[in-house]
Design a protein. Structure first.
Length: 364
């Protein structure tokens, strides 16, 4: 695949060592003058969660420079989720004081541009797929983290996975589902919500068929949590008839904070290429456990739009694979798919086969 050389071998440098490439002197100087860091994300859920690697990079850099950590706060609709990452040292939503650095999407940067001492823009189209030590780092968290590592001029400590994980907490919804038996046996969550239904929606019907084929292969009933989008602001929890071997429950309009506490209690999470699927991959229990997550990719690079965590997998169309190989974006690079099949190219039979393999194979 197409990559951009990082310019140094990370594995041959100790954490805290100066890089053999020049740092951005102005960025370093301004960050050194700051009294506080503000993480501000107002855009899409998935983009915001993947960009938390940029907050982690700045936090790691500060830790290498001085044992006295600066306050790190968050604002915006995802502040409570960001607080689960362990990156914050101050309560979410608190207004910054004194000289502060803002890390966020373009909308947030523009909002704070006049007051911020320095701004770091998290633009998903910007950071390339880096390569070093004979390895490519294609996922978004790695792109953000390594881009900042180069600009800050120090070898930062993160290795392998660069995305911070979010820790689940006791939750009333989870307790209700457990009491009703929905988290017993083989439980699969299917995320049918998407920001682009006409291009990125596998549909609840196909997810149900996939669950039915998994039930047949594993010779066990499946409890399917079908998670839809918030169409009108109403929350709906309703049991429904499923396909053969499947008992389905529709969960629509639920807050992401609640769903984050449900995902780690499932045995498998399937989802469209959307923010809730990224959230499912990022959320783990306090002991680090959680299910494998399989995302479906039709148009965008399956490697770029992932967390980089080892349990986060992709099932992709040939077009998505070409975007991966060339490190391309159909929107940024104005590339039209050569067919209109989109997710139709991934049949429920083929998808179920992958799911069964991830779950450990079919029952004899």
């Amino acid at each position: 695949m197409h990559t951009t050389p990082l310019g140094y071998d990370r594995q041959n440098l100790a954490a805290g060592a100066p890089l053999p490439v020049p740092a951005s002197a102005e960025l370093v100087d301004r960050l050194n003058e700051c009294d506080e860091i503000l993480a501000s994300f107002q855009g899409k859920l998935g983009d915001s969660l993947l960009a938390l690697a940029a907050v982690r990079a700045v936090r790691d850099w500060l830790g290498q420079r001085s044992p006295a950590a600066l306050p790190v706060r968050a604002e915006g609709p995802y502040a409570q989720l960001i607080a689960r990452s362990g990156l914050l040292t101050g309560p979410p939503g608190t207004a910054p004081r004194g000289r502060f650095a803002v890390i966020g999407d373009r909308e947030s940067i523009e909002r704070h541009q006049a007051a911020a001492h320095v701004s770091i823009v998290c633009d998903p189209a910007a950071p390339p797929c880096w390569s070093t030590d004979g390895q490519a780092y294609p996922d978004m968290p790695a792109r953000y983290y390594l881009a900042l590592e180069r600009r800050l001029g120090l070898r930062l400590p993160a290795q392998g996975s660069f995305a911070p994980t979010l820790i689940t907490a006791p939750n009333r919804l989870t307790q209700q589902l457990q009491a009703a038996g929905w988290l017993d046996g083989l439980t699969i969550a299917a995320i049918a919500a998407t920001s682009w239904p006409e291009r990125k929606d596998y549909t609840a019907e196909r997810f149900t068929e996939v669950a039915s084929r998994i039930a047949d292969a594993r010779q066990t009933p499946v409890r399917l949590l079908l998670i839809g989008g918030d169409q009108d602001g109403c929350v709906r929890i309703a049991a429904a008839g499923g396909a053969r071997g499947v008992r389905a429950l529709h969960l629509d309009g639920l807050p992401a904070d609640d769903l984050a506490d449900v995902f780690p209690h499932c045995d498998l999470v399937l989802g469209n290429d959307t923010g809730l699927t990224h959230l499912a991959a990022l959320t783990r229990t306090a002991d680090g456990s959680g299910p494998p997550v399989l995302g479906l990719y039709a148009r965008h690079s399956h490697s770029k739009w992932r967390t980089g965590l080892p349990h986060h997998h992709a099932v992709a169309t040939p077009f998505s694979e070409r975007m991966h190989q060339g490190d391309l974006c159909p929107v940024r690079d104005a590339i039209a798919p050569d067919s209109d099949v989109h997710l139709d190219a991934i049949t429920p039979t083929a998808f179920a086969r992958v799911c069964v393999e991830v779950l450990g194979g079919a029952e004899e």
